[in-house]
Design a protein around this ligand. Structure first.
Ligand code: XMP
Length: 507
């Protein structure tokens, strides 16, 4: 049985980060809404309570009875998790006189406390809450303080329960990983045997059990998630897996052929469908970004469905959905927002059972699994690319001619990033074809041609992003190459907007 830590989510922005840190300790964990503890699950070895945007006094604050959990498992409350445990046992939590946001340093640590093993006075911790525990209830003992917060951490006597007011999961808590490791390894006694190899082994066995001799169909996008899902399934069920890769005509230059070749090299059973004519005709004259997305989304579902129906006896639809897509996130109003699916509408339309072998993995874990499966690095470390492809990078209406111009400019930019060793330093990059013509001069002739914008961003999760500070020499070369080699473009701009308030894509 795969042992696991349960992280109860009280709505903090850093809950997923706690999950990633625990996984980095080679320990499997699941993030669940604060009130959905899996009582009776014998694989649970410990529980972490996350922070929250609420104060314990807020009417809407998430509250739950922890008695049964505390009786059976080691518990670590973080920030709100710590305040809530203290408050609900009779301690006082009050707004801090000076809100302690950001850096603080531990000024005292209880000798021999197992949670703080190997952590020394002076260690930097990251605070981010307006409240502080001003007195702990009977039976709770303070085990660490900072200069301005006496009860920075406490332990409940006679049980393996701790609360810390700071955030060990964030990078700025210097010994945060050590603290989490003390909890996970020493206190919860994790075997720390969760890694890509063990994941592949257990998942392949589970897929064989789940799918038996059933036939499965999977939509490939060229992206890392669907590709890794396909290779994993191929290892489990071989030829019973059929993959479909739809070319909607809005892919990068040569992408369809290159990716098909990679897929075939991996031994996948892939059907490539060139549906570009259908998409160009449906998109003709459409300028509204949301309409473009809808047309492409629906067109994709129709083409996929038609191809899948040519196969006989298919029982399952496999998707490369990953963990961040599945976590039931808590909105501030307390209602739960359920996952989205990679291919909207497909499972409902096709009436197939859904198989999502990566639904437990974070993105970096998907990559580690792909590498362990021997997939080529160019598939594993590809930049994200939007499902509607270049359609959302051509502002205004779409024509095959505009796509061809954009593909050329984009290929120069992306190949340049690779040649200059910059590709892996940016999160995502691409070129946008603007609905603007400008005057230029080439040789003795006046030109009146298109302008393009280059976009390259750094990010960790696409939720926020900064424009990449690319070297001037590189930009000069790319700009020169685009203007000289791509017919119809005479001006290149660089987008220096961060997200927020801009977004990564222009549409
Ligand atoms: P934005 O533009 O919202 O993009 O900052 C965030 C990330 O999502 C990608 N993106 C999409 N992916 N279908 C997709 O599959 C879409 O319609 C879509 N729109 C944006 C974008 O490329 C970036 O990685």
């Amino acid at each position: 049985m795969q042992e696991k830590i349960i992280i109860l989510d009280f709505g903090s922005q850093t809950t997923q980060l706690i999950g990633r840190r625990v996984r980095e300790l080679n320990t499997y964990c699941e993030i669940l809404p604060y009130n959905k503890f899996p009582f009776g699950d014998e694989s649970v070895i410990g529980v972490i309570l996350s922070g929250s945007p609420f104060s314990v006094y807020d009417e809407k604050a998430f509250k739950v009875d922890l008695t049964e959990i505390r009786k059976h498992f080691p518990v670590l409350g973080i920030c709100y998790g710590a305040q809530f445990m203290a408050f609900s046992s009779g301690g006082s939590v009050e707004p801090a006189p000076s809100r302690e946001y950001g850096r603080a340093h531990l000024s005292w640590i209880a000798p021999e406390d197992p949670l703080f093993k190997g952590i020394e006075v002076g260690s930097q911790v990251w605070m981010s809450h307006g409240d502080t525990i001003t007195s702990v209830p009977a039976g709770f003992v303070t085990v660490a303080s900072t200069d301005s917060v006496t009860n920075a951490a406490y332990k409940i006597e006679g049980e393996p329960t701790w609360g810390v007011q700071f955030h060990p999961e964030v990078y700025h808590s210097t010994d945060g990983v050590k603290l989490l490791s003390n909890f996970v390894k020493d206190i919860c006694h994790s075997k720390c045997d969760w890694d890509a190899e063990s994941f592949i082994e257990t998942t392949v066995a589970a897929l064989r059990e789940q799918l038996g001799d059933d036939k499965v169909v999977l939509g490939l996008s060229g992206g890392v998630d669907s590709s890794v899902a396909a290779v994993l399934l191929n290892r489990a069920i071989g030829k019973n897996l059929t993959c479909i890769f739809v070319d909607h005509g809005m892919l990068r230059k040569n992408e369809f052929n290159d990716v098909m070749r990679d897929y075939e090299g991996l031994g996948l059973n892939v059907i490539g469908v060139d549906a570009s004519k259908k998409f160009f005709s449906e998109l003709a004259g459409v300028t509204d970004p949301e309409k473009k997305r809808k047309i492409i989304g629906k067109g994709f579902v129709d083409v996929f469905d038609e191809e899948a129906h040519k196969l006989t006896d298919v029982k399952w639809l496999a998707q490369g959905t990953i963990y961040p897509d599945c976590i039931e996130s808590l909105s501030i109003t307390g209602t739960t927002i359920k996952s989205h699916h990679n291919v909207g509408g497909l499972p409902e339309k096709m009436n197939l059972k859904l198989c999502e072998p990566l639904r437990l993995l974070f993105k970096d874990e998907v990559r580690a699994v792909g590498r362990q499966l021997g997939m080529p690095e160019r598939l594993i470390s590809r930049h994200p690319f939007p499902g509607p492809g270049l359609a959302v990078r051509i502002l205004g209406d779409i024509t095959p001619e505009k796509v061809a111009v954009l593909q050329e400019a984009d290929a120069i930019f992306i190949n340049g990033l690779r040649e200059w060793g910059l590709y892996d330093k940016v999160w995502q990059a691409g070129v946008i074809l603007l609905p603007v013509q400008s005057v230029g001069v080439m040789g003795d002739e006046r030109t009146y041609e298109r302008a393009v914008a280059l976009r390259a961003v750094t990010s960790t999760d696409a939720m926020t992003a900064d424009w990449a500070h690319l070297p001037y020499d590189f930009m000069a070369k790319v700009s020169n190459d685009i203007i000289n080699k791509v017919r119809g473009v005479n001006r290149v701009c660089y987008d220096i907007s961060s997200k927020p308030p801009a977004t990564i894509e222009w549409e």
